[in-house]
Design a protein around this ligand. Structure first.
Ligand SMILES: Cc1cc2nc3c(=O)[nH]c(=O)nc-3n(C[C@H](O)[C@H](O)[C@H](O)COP(=O)(O)OP(=O)(O)OC[C@H]3O[C@@H](n4cnc5c(N)ncnc54)[C@H](O)[C@@H]3O)c2cc1C
Length: 633
């Protein structure tokens, strides 16, 4: 964490200086704004938290509830989400209060006594070390609290405007082309309507999204035909694996997904309530908690569950549905006009809760969209950038729905009806990377280059998320994770992995044979992307965070010989930023990530996805890439 560089900070260093729209931010919802976000769920809150780093953008978030979410909904946090939390600075704190999943245990009918259940198999979580972060369980409300804190501590000082319900919108023209109708849901004005205007609207208003209806986007897919009871409880039981994640299938066809919760006692049970017929008219939703508990005891036989307290319970029917588009541009008009209204999260895709995907994928929707809105509204990027959101996220949502259909069908299948008795756990292990959030691969676009030089960095696939690895920070010899310095601040990252010549070989440096030093000279030049796309008067690293990683041991890297572009002077005092110079370290990142010893440049987008891989000599290609994604300043 960098602080004091703008003057001594005595209080909480996570609270950044207010700036732009964050100074004297009006308490009351103003009549006009740049971005209006509807809904304070995971999709809405990550969008607001990301945009809070763009103080030049006036962002407001409305929520019809009178205050924060207190309980319920999601609890499954995939390790890709924890990587994202690291960018917002709260991965460590939320991990400290969460339950950590280490494995999933599969229980099935006891072959010797089929009316009893018996432990059948274990699947270790993340056997291949897909991420340095764990798979966690913690309540959705806490995730939202951390995003809310980050948004309130950021330069734009964003806090939700509770008590406003989105009613409808019209897209017209002018400076604020989107006219939005709202209704007060609390206070003396309750029930009254109000109109505000925005440049862009983000619908993060959940499965029954009114924003989606107002842009006539259509949810397609099968209606809800399977019901599940879910309860968060405190109970006494003799079930031995009560503190492990378990998939339980009983002889009489009932099954349970058991999720231990944070804090050491609470646990969640998803209990299969079976197929719902069309004639059911949602009556299944009236299933009482007593009936759910009775069903759980039936499935757990011969073990028993004595429930002492029910923190939360619900019955929900699972439908797998996907919207036809993620913004207000009809498919026939894609390419001929640009979006003004976006939808994210459950407003776009609904699926079962058991794969623990909803919150995780919803957050990645918001994380993908927000920096693009920030760049366009800050004048850094052309509006065409906004069209990449729907194109990128639609595909991911489709893959998610397909995956969840298979998983929830398998979960609801009786063991004796399976082709292979180990089908469930085999599927879990085989597809682990998907639910963990690591199968996302964005296709070439204005912000994803073709993988022409992929062989130079086989461990950083273009289009996939940047997989961090340990290095040594030269200035203080600390072992750190290279990717953990990628904060959610809307900046591009350019990692220059040095050729084996630099920097120790002073002779070589002067003789100009070090490709890295030649690249550093170019990137510091007047024609480089840094000069062309960094706003006048802004810090040298305001748009591009450029880092160097040397192959040598840190003791052989003399900071005095490191090109200045990696030691920029920033902030009001023009201090040197020492946190951009690294060395390979004990677990050599060049080996770990298959990096060419001749040097390679890896470009990473603000949402942590690898956008380009190039040799150090391909400066024209790098300039061309950024000329396609950014506007000259
Ligand atoms: C019972 C249950 C269990 C779940 N378990 C899991 C799990 O274990 N793991 C997982 O990943 N996912 C789970 N999910 C799904 C997960 O909760 C959702 O996918 C996630 O919350 C979606 O986030 P969102 O921001 O898109 O929408 P939501 O979280 O639904 O947030 C939408 C917000 O918009 C507000 N809103 C709605 N309409 C309006 C309006 N017109 N005006 C103003 N505000 C409005 C709502 O009040 C709400 O706060 C579960 C869902 C349920 C219902």
């Amino acid at each position: 964490m960098q602080f004091h560089h703008h003057g001594y900070v005595s209080g909480d260093p996570r609270i950044q200086d207010a700036a732009g729209s964050g100074i004297d931010r009006p308490q009351e919802l103003p009549d006009t704004m740049d971005v209006l976000i509807v809904g304070s769920g995971p999709a809405g809150m990550i969008t607001a938290a990301s945009l809070a780093q763009f103080p030049g953008v006036v962002t407001r978030l409305i929520e019809r509830r009178p205050g924060r979410l207190a309980i319920g909904q999601a609890d499954g946090i995939q390790s890709r989400s924890v990587e994202t939390f690291q960018a917002f600075g709260f991965a460590e704190r939320i991990t400290a209060e969460a339950y950590r999943i280490t494995q999933t245990v599969f229980w099935k009918p006891d072959p010797a006594a089929p009316h009893n259940i018996a432990r059948a198999a274990r699947a270790i979580d993340d056997p291949s070390g897909i991420s340095e972060f764990p798979h966690l369980i913690v309540n959705q409300a806490r995730v939202l609290d951390y995003f809310a804190e980050f948004a309130a501590h950021s330069p734009a000082r964003i806090t939700p405007d509770y008590g406003y319900e989105f009613v409808g919108l019209q897209v017209g023209s002018g400076e604020f082309p989107v006219t939005v109708r709202l209704r007060y849901t609390a206070g003396e004005l309750q029930g009254q309507e109000r109109v505000v205007k925005a440049k862009y609207v983000v619908g993060a208003d959940g499965a029954r999204s009114a924003v989606r209806s107002s842009i006539n986007a259509v949810m397609a897919g099968e209606a809800a035909n399977h019901a599940w009871g879910v309860m968060d409880i405190l109970a006494i039981t003799d079930f031995p694996d009560i503190r492990l994640k378990c998939a339980i299938q009983s002889g009489d066809g009932g099954n349970i997904l058991l999720i231990p919760r944070e804090g050491g006692s609470l646990f969640r049970m998803y209990i299969d309530l079976g197929v719902v017929s069309a004639e059911d008219q949602h009556n299944v939703r009236n299933t009482s908690i007593e009936q759910i508990i009775a069903k759980a005891n039936q499935i757990l036989h011969p073990y028993t569950l004595d429930v002492k307290s029910v923190a939360w319970h619900s019955v929900y029917e699972v439908g797998h549905r996907l919207t036809d588009r993620f913004d207000d541009v009809p498919i026939a008009e894609v390419g001929s006009r640009l979006p003004r209204v976006f939808i994210t999260g459950d407003a776009c895709h609904t699926h079962s809760a058991k794969a623990g995907q909803g919150m995780n994928v919803s957050m990645q929707d918001g994380f993908n969209l927000a920096w693009k809105l920030g760049h366009v509204l800050s004048g850094w990027s052309p509006e065409s950038l906004l069209a990449t959101y729907s194109a990128e996220r639609q595909v991911i949502a489709k893959n998610l729905i397909d995956f969840d259909k298979q998983w929830s069908t398998l979960m609801a299948t009786r063991p004796e009806d399976m082709a292979d008795p180990t089908e469930l756990e085999d599927f879990y292990v085989r597809t682990f990377e998907f639910p963990a959030g690591f199968m996302t691969e964005y296709q070439p676009s204005m912000v994803i280059a073709p993988a022409t030089h992929q062989q130079l960095a086989t461990g950083f696939p273009v289009g996939k998320r940047f997989k961090s690895a340990p290095v040594v920070r030269v200035c203080d010899a600390n072992d750190v994770q290279l990717g953990h310095h990628h904060r959610a601040d809307g900046r591009w990252r350019i990692y220059a992995f040095a050729d084996s010549q630099a920097p120790t070989d002073a002779g070589a440096a002067d003789a100009g044979v070090s490709l890295l030093n030649q690249w550093a000279e170019w990137i510091s030049g007047a024609e480089s992307p840094l000069a062309r796309f960094t706003p006048q008067g802004a810090d040298a690293d305001a748009v591009f965070d450029v880092k160097v990683i040397y192959q040598e041991d840190y003791t052989e890297v003399e900071l005095g010989q490191v090109p200045r572009v990696f030691l920029p002077r920033t902030g009001p005092f023009g201090l040197v930023d020492y946190e951009k110079v690294y060395a390979a370290g004990a677990t050599d990142i060049f080996t770990e990530r298959g990096l060419d010893r001749g040097g390679v440049v890896v470009v990473v987008r603000p949402d942590q996805y690898v956008a380009n891989v190039l040799p150090l000599t391909a400066t024209a290609e790098l300039a061309k890439f950024f000329a396609g994604a950014l506007l000259p300043q």
